[in-house]
Design a protein around this ligand. Structure first.
Ligand code: C2E
Ligand code: CA
Ligand code: CA
Length: 687
């Protein structure tokens, strides 16, 4: 593209227009000049030929006009333009011919033909580049002869035009130059703001600074363009600011999301997923380098109680404090993560000796009081330690081993640590096997119910407690103390509870309520049963289906289970009480909370836990404890049953102090229904 700027375009355009105008003016001036000049020469020729014709009348009137004529024609010599002249007689016979300066000045003068002029009218004629005047000499009535005078027109015309042109041209060029200069100056002046604008746009593009302002230049459209540009810049700046804020917000969100994805929002420790990734990488590296690593599984003891008694807010604060303490014990190179709930994991790079020190620090450190919202909170921690080499550097297995070791620490009495040992896996595997065998066991009828009598001080039966038994095909005889907690943890307890209730109802319908003196049957419930909303519907419909008398059914709930689900448990108690069932508080005395709740719930019976009965006679304090419970139940108007009565001393003590119901091996062990019916028959005979 030849034209690169508006200025060049404007310049070229103006140059061309000026040139066109100038040329046409120049051309028409020349034409005008030629016209005028031709007319002037023509009238000159006419005047000259008129004069000569007049003079020639006198010359030709003479008889010896020959010389006179020659001399007369020579008088044309000063006229430079005269090509020639010829004088004829009245019959167009040539009398004299004159060749003028113009002819002689020519490079190759051609002779002028004067022979055939008689055909021309009188007057001035244009012949080629010449003008010829044909003139009669004498009056029309008395013609003496004719004069033909020829002059050069083009030569002088050319010269005069040229002279004129050479005079006009410099002026025209000067005018053009001035105009072009003027245009250039104006164009530059008008277009300068545009150049500035272009420069401004480049600066904005380079600096990305939208707060820049374009100075308002020029007039008219240019100035309003400048204002518009500034307005546009303002709009862009506002948009860009908004955009910037938005980008910052997005960036912040992205960081938050990234943080949430990798860290625990409460404790700000690494979360489980990112810990797992890190652990996987560390284990791979340790394996490659022939090193070893250890994982510590830290589980708080008593956290649930804090949560339940002091509320979730305190519980959360406690977790934050625990996390902070953990971090302070753990060396910088190690990593702490929140595994979930009150469980933490530590990736340790220490030697065994240092691991022991670290575990001790954690166990002892977390035993110390936490001061939260003015509460002095006490918890503890059970710690399991497993080395990666024990699980061939497998991430899941290393964590599982640490978990198993932690469980062993808990089992050994809590607030301690234990190192993983291979035998622990047997226990762990057995738990898994038990959990997996429960539902198939129900389907294969491997479960059955034993009944243990509850008797009064006189030995008369007051009721029976239904206790589940399991003779597993795969695992042999499994104790309820083993499989009930596993069923609870693996979510299978409700199947077992429902199985027990259905079978108990069946036995009540077919046996216990058919007796002369119908016998009350107690069913044990788990804490998990109380949390199920459909559970009450199940009880109601089972009662209806089986046709049992609800007043022959008693539900036993441990004090722990009750206090862990206080509201749900109360609702449940109210519901079953309304149905006519009885409610018993099992393992009483092992709970941790105040006794005030006892006044507010519809409990019919309290069962003193066997550990208190076992301790009767050991110390005065132990006896005092049992006595207090007996006294309390009397005052509250609740029935009392002592469980685990094995000796006569225990029996006598309880009987003497007014405990009206007992259960234990001293009277009868749990037994099959068939054996129980024999037992009842015998006791009736005894009575
Ligand atoms: P529990 O409810 O406290 O039941 C009493 C336990 O004490 C029974 O153990 C019983 O056999 C045992 N026992 C009775 N008299 C004596 C005695 O004189 N000395 C000693 N040392 N023990 C005695 P069992 O049947 O092994 O049941 C253990 C626990 O398993 C029960 O404790 C109960 O919590 C749970 N359980 C048993 N059956 C069921 C059930 O059907 N459902 C639920 N959820 N839990 C059950
Ligand atoms: Ca019980
Ligand atoms: Ca009990």
């Amino acid at each position: 593209m030849l034209i690169k700027s508006i200025r060049t375009a404007v310049m070229l355009l103006s140059l061309v227009s000026i040139a066109l105008v100038a040329t046409s003016v120049f051309y028409s001036a020349l034409r005008e000049h030629r016209e005028l000049y031709s007319r002037y020469v023509e009238s000159d020729l006419k005047a000259l030929s008129d004069n000569m014709a007049n003079d020639l009348v006198g010359v030709l009137s003479r008889s010896d006009y020959f010389f006179e004529l020659k001399r007369y024609l020579l008088s044309l010599e000063p006229y430079e333009n005269v090509i020639g002249a010829a004088v004829y007689d009245k019959n167009w016979n040539v009398l004299e011919v004159y060749a003028g300066q113009a002819l002689l000045n020519r490079d190759a003068p051609e002779p002028v033909n004067f022979s055939d002029w008689k055909i021309h009218h009188q007057g001035v004629h244009r012949v080629d580049e010449n003008l010829a005047a044909v003139k009669r000499i004498g009056e029309s009535s008395l013609v003496i002869g004719y004069l033909v005078l020829i002059i050069d027109l083009e030569g002088p015309l050319h010269t005069s035009t040229w002279n004129l042109a050479t005079r006009i041209l410099p002026v025209a060029i000067a005018v053009i130059l001035v105009l072009v200069g003027l245009f250039y100056a104006l164009a530059s002046r008008w277009l300068w703001p545009l150049t500035q604008l272009s420069q401004f746009a480049r600066t904005v593009q380079e600096t990305k600074d939208y707060s820049l302002k374009f100075p308002v230049y020029g007039k008219y459209e240019v100035s309003s363009l400048s204002k518009d540009i500034n307005n546009m810049m303002d709009a862009i700046r506002i948009e860009s600011d908004i955009n910037q804020e938005y980008v910052e917000l997005l960036e912040q969100r992205r960081e938050e999301m990234e943080y949430l994805a990798n860290y625990d929002s409460l404790t700000r420790l690494l979360n489980r997923q990112s810990f797992m990734l890190m652990l996987e990488r560390s284990l791979d590296a340790a394996k490659d380098q022939g090193g070893d690593l250890a994982v510590m599984f830290v589980d708080l003891d008593g956290f649930k109680e804090v949560n339940d008694t002091l509320g979730h807010e305190v519980g959360d604060r406690l977790l934050v404090e625990v996390a902070a303490r953990l971090k302070s014990y753990v060396p910088r190179k190690d990593v702490v993560c929140r595994h979930g709930g009150d469980e933490f994991l530590v990736l340790c790079q220490e030697s065994d000796q240092a691991l022991v020190q670290l575990a001790e620090n954690i166990v002892n450190g977390l035993k110390q009081i936490f001061l939260i919202n003015s509460w002095e909170v006490r918890v503890g921690a059970s710690v399991g330690i497993a080395s990666a080499s024990d699980s061939e550097f497998d991430t899941q297995d290393t964590i599982r081993n640490a978990d198993v070791a932690m469980y062993a620490a808990k089992k050994a009495g809590k607030s301690r640590y234990s190192f993983f040992e291979r035998e622990m896996l047997i226990d762990h595997q057995r738990k898994i096997d038990i959990a997996n065998a429960i539902v198939p066991g129900i389907e294969r009828n491997e479960f059955y119910i034993y009944y243990q009598p509850k008797v009064n001080a006189a030995g008369k039966i007051q009721g029976v407690e239904a206790l589940i038994r399991w003779q597993s095909e795969a695992l042999g005889c499994v104790s309820p103390s083993d499989f009930i907690p596993i069923a609870e943890q693996s979510g299978k307890i409700s199947s077992l509870t429902e199985w027990v209730i259905e079978h108990v109802c069946n036995d009540v319908k077919l046996y216990f309520q058919t007796l002369n003196e119908p016998v009350l049957v107690s069913v044990n419930l788990s804490a998990y049963d109380l949390k199920r909303y459909q559970f009450t519907d199940f009880i109601k419909s089972t009662f209806e289906k089986s046709g049992v008398r609800p007043d022959l059914i008693e539900f036993e709930v441990t004090e722990h289970a009750y206090l862990d689900n206080f509201d749900m448990a109360n609702q449940f108690f109210e519901y079953v009480s309304a149905l006519g069932c009885r409610v018993a508080l099992d393992d009483f005395g092992t709970g941790y909370s105040s006794l005030s709740y006892l006044t507010r719930i519809p409990i019919d019976l309290i069962k003193i836990d066997k550990q208190f009965v076992e301790n009767i006679g050991s110390t005065a304090r132990d006896d005092a404890l049992v006595l207090t419970i007996i006294e309390m139940s009397k005052r509250l108007g609740m029935e009392l049953c002592a469980e685990g009565v094995e000796t006569n001393d225990q029996y006598n003590f309880l009987k003497m102090h007014g405990c009206n119901m007992m259960q234990g091996y001293l009277f009868a062990k749990p037994m099959k229904l068939g054996d129980l019916s024999k037992y009842l028959e015998q006791s009736e005979i005894r009575a």
